[in-house]
Ligand binder design. Structure first.
Ligand SMILES: [Zn+2]
Length: 370
């Protein structure tokens, strides 16, 4: 038996009093996060030339601010503790080259906090959820049940820029997962302007047309917003429009990534991908936003857990593996400029460039699996 995690996300419908309390908690979480970040930043400046010393420095804790700022005692202390964990993770990601230096949290962004299940402080019953420090349970729109054998571990409560409240409930359950014999394998080549090209038929997984149209609409709305006078009534109206479009496209993208990862996890026993360093890639190639927004990171996370829960595998191959240079037929390597869409080898092999890469990724994965 192994422990598995699964998250369930629902709309929350807090009343006025509850909304005030949630706002207070978001505010306190943001406050301690920014306080701790400020301290960490100073430490970083002081010791940045001495990585060993920097590692030795103790991380500030939320408890130390409670005397100076007593309002922090009024909210869920687990939420504050989680702010510390989030910041620590953000730091770790920065140091290990996966992310940029953590930024201060702003009131204008999406608001959220995370709390944990401790001694049944969270209860889900009769269409309401009881959360720590909030007296009256909050109404929840539960479109699907959480199975009885799933234990609640933590909850993340969030408020979007358009004022909608959500709760993501992380659960844990035991499952007997047998590793299955790997027979059907597919390799994926990351595609900058879509999602990926697969090795079997050379098919490209591209975002649907309605999504790309929605993105264009969003970009247009953002341009209009940038021309409006900040703080004016017309600006505020447009800001809300942008936020709504943004939420809509984010949902569409998420659904698409769920759909594609589900399809692959159903049809194959192992999926091979390159272990890409997204941050390095967008910097080195100057692609900027498109790589980050492409959704590859989210997609590979979905893929990983969907395969895992069936005893299947996601195999990541080295990011330096020369998947584009190699001829997937004879194994010879050559430089191929980005502008060349077709791979032609002296052995006579001719194939679409990305399809050739995807086959190389697959073959390398098969070698690692053997
Ligand atoms: Zn060849």
């Amino acid at each position: 038996m192994t422990k598995q995690n699964k998250a369930y996300k629902y709309r929350l419908l807090p009343d006025r009093e509850q909304r005030i309390f949630l706002a207070k908690t978001f505010g306190c979480v943001r406050f301690v996060y920014n306080k701790m970040l400020e301290e960490r930043k100073e430490m970083y400046e002081k010791f940045k030339d001495d990585k060993e010393q920097l590692k030795e420095q103790k991380f500030p804790t939320p408890a130390k601010y409670k005397d100076e700022f007593p309002f922090l005692k009024e909210v869920d202390s687990l939420a504050l503790a989680n702010a510390q964990i989030h910041l620590q993770n953000a730091y770790k990601n920065f140091f290990e080259g996966r992310a940029e230096f953590p930024k201060f949290k702003s009131k204008k962004k999406k608001q959220s906090y995370t709390t944990n299940m401790v001694n049944s402080n969270i209860k889900l019953e009769n269409g309401h959820i009881k959360l720590p420090k909030i007296k009256k349970p909050i109404k929840i729109k539960q479109h699907r049940e959480i199975p009885a054998d799933h234990k609640i571990k933590s909850c993340t409560i969030s408020k979007t820029k358009t004022g909608k409240y959500y709760i993501s409930i992380l659960t844990e359950y035991e499952k007997d997962i047998q590793s299955i014999k790997i027979q059907k394998v597919v390799g994926l080549d990351f595609a900058m302007d879509g999602l990926y090209v697969e090795s079997e038929r050379g098919e490209k997984a591209n975002y649907p047309r309605y999504y790309r149209q929605a993105l264009d609409k969003l970009a247009k709305a953002q341009r209009i917003l940038s021309r409006r006078k900040k703080g004016s009534a017309r600006w505020e109206k447009q800001r809300l429009k942008v936020a709504k479009l943004y939420e809509k496209t984010a949902n569409q993208r998420r659904n698409f990534l769920h759909h594609k990862s589900k399809e692959l996890a159903t049809n194959y026993d192992a999926v091979i991908i390159e272990d890409l360093d997204m941050k390095g890639m967008s910097q080195a190639l100057n692609f900027g936003k498109s790589v980050h927004d492409n959704g590859w990171g989210m997609f590979t996370n979905f893929l990983e857990y969907k395969l895992k829960e069936q005893g299947k595998q996601l195999v990541k191959i080295d990011k330096w593996f020369p998947s584009t240079k190699k001829c997937s037929c004879c194994g010879k390597e050559k430089e191929i400029p980005l502008s060349e869409r077709v791979y032609k080898c002296s052995c006579g092999f001719v194939l679409d460039r990305d399809h050739n890469s995807a086959i190389n990724v697959k073959n390398e994965g098969l070698r690692l699996l053997a």
